[in-house]
Design a protein around this ligand. Structure first.
Ligand code: 3HC
Ligand code: NAI
Length: 699
């Protein structure tokens, strides 16, 4: 098999090129090829300097993530980098695209770096539960200083080339062809005209560091990366760049890398990484399906969701018109959008000019005719079927041929909405999550008639507006909310039967959820759930029992709608988002329990979690077998990106497999004995538990 790495001589310079599409991951054949080409270049007397580059869209974007968890095959990346770093002949990296992780570590091992102006450089290992394991934690602080290195390594976020130049991470930004520029740079080094760079990072000293910086970094991470160990190990590795000689710092880094690699956190985050990419693949919508360009957009309804949805378009330069029948709502909605941007400006995250440019792209209108020429229209009016159907009947008349007609409904039947148009194949659900300008998830709901082209276009749109698109089927609540409904039902059950809200929420929070289920209800508005419960009662959903909403109903009857009114499951001080337990709520709970003739009992945290997670997994499994999700990992992507589930636990389905499906199924069977209506059977889960199978086999 041809090696993915080749070299050629251009004058006095050897150009070594890595070609391992799509992202030049540093798999074993690449490492071997890089070493071979290096040795051959060193052995060639006509070669006086070496330029290392990547073919295709990027310089190496890191280690090959597929190799983690498997035995390491020589040569290790550290050995390859040592060769380039200690070379007698100058070594220069010509970087473009995304030199990330091991890729940036290779570049830092070279004696200088010349970058294409659009390059983004970073060490994202922490996002995979790892730390830079090929010298990155030792070389980066030597090049850019400890503070910046800590920031880059613990956040994993890349920096743009101009900043990298300013910090000393790259030595030159190429004007034109970056490889030609790197060759010219090498020539200048050979002629003694370039002194910048062309030194070994390992020989640099990390200077004047106040060691308190490490403890401060750890304190901050204890908050922002709560529950995780990887980021703390990153700090320890960087500390070694200050307290230890280079080689010992490398040994320390290796030890910490192995600890990360062997942790539970890393495989879970790697699962999350690959799951996100797998979600892009749709069995009956091949990659070759044409997509429709989206150059203009329209949003109907300027409420909580509409404004945030419009911001997504403006953020990527797509003009968007937002329409509302109520003038006051429109003005308020646009005001909220401006306020959101203004906060970003005030915090220094965005220049004023960007605010002006984005507001320029968002135009408020009060007439539907003004939307006619948009490539996509997203309806975000009240969650009420007749209202939505009326909007779609009108859209069908107004919108140009070929426009995509999308609805942001969170629970309603897409087919019933599509049926009011003469073009149901153009109708699709685009379910954003609140706040729509922040949350990464976009559930894309296919109706029975939605065309493959419209599905492919909606998936492509998700990428354009920097969301994670996941295709789901058309059932009540789709995937995320359908499962969440069961999760909330368990939370309510626990409260009704003996727990208090703070215990339920604390157990979920301690597990790693961003918020507990009842605190989430307070945030979203308890009236929303109340409205849905009433609809479900009217639809006969609880005829067989299993109603757990009595306490939540009692709260709503007293106007305890949540944060927006300062009281819900908790009490909120003026302007605070953090609730505190309210004795009045406890009284309500005890009263309702009495009315329900419940003998309250204690639940330990283990049972609280077993019930909350059991409910999610049971419903997730039912969704899978009914075909409303394509694969279990899609469910994980939905929960991690839309519901505050901790990414470092992989997702509810992944976590369930780690715990063992047999033990989960057996807990559920126990819970079912008391409350069968709360635990509908999932034959899939039971079969997998019995046979020792995996959700992957069910795909
Ligand atoms: N290893 C293996 N496969 C990788 C990969 C990697 N490092 N990076 C990307 N891929 C694969 C993806 O799985 C995807 O495969 P698919 O087409 O079969 O789904 C394909 O490459 C394209 O990836 P994206 O869809 O993500 O392409 P984008 O253009 O949107 O993004 C990217 C490109 C920014 C490079 C992004 O893929 C990315 O962030 N990759 C991960 C980078 C990373 O984490 N590197 C560090 C690895 S750990 C390390 O280096 C350890 C070292 O310190 C020892
Ligand atoms: P909202 O009540 O805040 O806003 C709705 C807006 O639509 C109001 O400004 C109203 O004036 C306008 N409107 C009503 N009828 C209209 C019509 N015929 N034409 C034009 N404008 C009209 O509602 P919200 O919360 O923004 O929800 C909108 C949709 O998004 C609903 O379908 C909801 O289920 C869904 N959704 C809501 C989420 C949330 O957290 N609020 C999350 C995900 C989806």
């Amino acid at each position: 098999m041809a090696s993915p790495v080749t070299w050629e001589r251009r004058g006095r310079v050897s150009v070594i090129t890595v070609n391992n599409p799509p992202v030049n991951a540093l798999a074993q054949p690449v490492r071997e090829g890089m070493l071979r080409c290096f040795n051959e270049s060193m052995a060639d007397p006509a070669v006086e300097a070496i330029v290392l580059t990547g073919g295709g869209r990027t310089f190496m974007a890191g280690a090959d993530i597929n190799e983690f968890g498997k035995p390491m095959r020589e040569p290790g990346l550290g050995k390859v980098i040592d060769g380039y770093e200690s070379s007698e002949k100058p070594t220069i990296a010509a970087v473009h695209g995304t030199p990330l992780g091991g890729g940036l570590e290779v570049a830092m091992g070279c004696q200088a770096r010349v970058a294409h102006p659009k390059t983004r450089l970073g060490l994202p290992e922490v996002k995979l539960g790892l730390l830079p394991g090929a010298g990155g934690t030792q070389r980066l602080p030597r090049l850019v200083g400890v503070e910046r290195a800590l920031e880059m390594i613990t956040s994993g976020d890349p920096i743009p080339a101009p900043l990298a130049l300013e910090l000393g991470l790259v030595d030159e930004i190429a004007e034109g062809d970056h490889v030609a520029a790197a060759i010219a740079y090498a020539e200048r080094v050979l002629d003694g005209q370039a002194t910048a760079g062309a030194t070994r990072a390992r020989d640099e000293k990390v200077q004047g560091v106040d060691e308190a910086i490490f403890d401060k970094a750890k304190e901050k991470l204890a908050r922002v990366a709560r529950g995780r160990e990887g980021p703390l190990r990153c700090v320890e590795a960087v500390r070694g760049s200050v307290t230890l000689p280079f080689d010992e710092g490398i040994t320390n880094e290796r030890r910490l890398f192995v600890e990360c690699h062997d942790s539970e956190e890393s495989p879970a985050l790697i699962h999350a990484f690959f799951s996100e990419r797998a979600a892009n693949k749709i069995d009956d919508v091949p990659k070759t399906t044409p997509t429709r360009p989206i150059k203009s957009a329209a949003v109907i309804g300027a409420g909580t969701m509409g404004g945030g949805i419009a911001m997504n378009f403006a953020n990527v330069g797509i003009p968007v018109r937002i329409m509302d029948t109520d003038r006051a709502s429109l003005a308020r909605g646009l005001g909220v959008v401006r306020g959101n941007y203004q906060r970003a400006v005030d915090r220094g995250r965005m220049p004023q000019a960007a605010l002006d440019a984005r507001m320029e792209l968002i135009q408020g209108v009060s007439d539907m005719d003004a939307l006619a020429e948009a490539d996509i229209v997203i309806e975000a009016v009240f969650e009420d079927m007749p209202v939505k159907q009326k909007v779609f009947t009108a859209l069908d008349k107004v919108m140009r041929e070929g426009a995509i007609l999308a609805t942001n409904t969170s629970t309603l039947d897409i087919d019933a909405i599509a049926a009011t148009t003469r073009r149901p194949e153009e109708v699709i659900g685009t379910h954003f999550f609140s706040p729509a300008n922040v949350m990464r998830l976009l559930e894309i709901v296919r109706g029975s008639k939605t065309s493959a082209e419209v599905i492919a276009s909606a998936m492509a749109l998700a990428r354009t507006i920097r969301k994670v698109g996941v295709l789901v089927g058309n059932c009540d609540g789709f995937v995320g909310n359908r499962m969440f409904h069961e999760y909330i039902r368990q939370a309510q059950f626990l409260v009704e039967r003996g727990a208090l809200p703070e215990q339920v929420d604390r157990a979920a929070y301690t597990f790693g959820w961003a918020m507990g289920p009842l605190a989430v209800s307070d945030l979203a508005g308890n009236d929303v759930g109340w409205y849905i419960r009433k609809r479900h009662i009217a639809e006969g959903l609880y005829k067989g029992g299993g109603y757990t909403g009595a306490v939540a109903d009692a709260l709503c009857e007293q106007g305890r709608y949540g944060q927006k009114v300062g009281k819900g499951w908790y009490l909120y001080e003026e302007g605070s988002r953090r609730g505190s337990p309210d004795p009045e709520v406890e009284e309500i709970i005890l009263r309702v329990s009495r009315e329900q003739k419940v003998n309250r009992r204690t639940f330990d945290d283990e049972e609280v979690l077993a019930r909350l997670h059991g409910a999610l997994v049971n419903e997730g499994s039912r969704i899978l077998e009914e075909g409303f999700a394509q694969r279990a990992s899609d469910i994980d992507v939905i929960y991690v990106n839309g519901y505050g589930y901790p990414a470092w636990r992989g997702g509810p389905m992944y976590h369930a497999e780690r715990q063992g499906l047999a033990s989960i199924a057996s807990s559920i069977a126990e819970f079912r004995k008391d409350e069968p209506a709360l635990w509908p059977e999932s034959p899939l889960l039971e079969r997998l538990a019995r046979e020792g199978g995996s959700f992957k086999d069910a795909n």
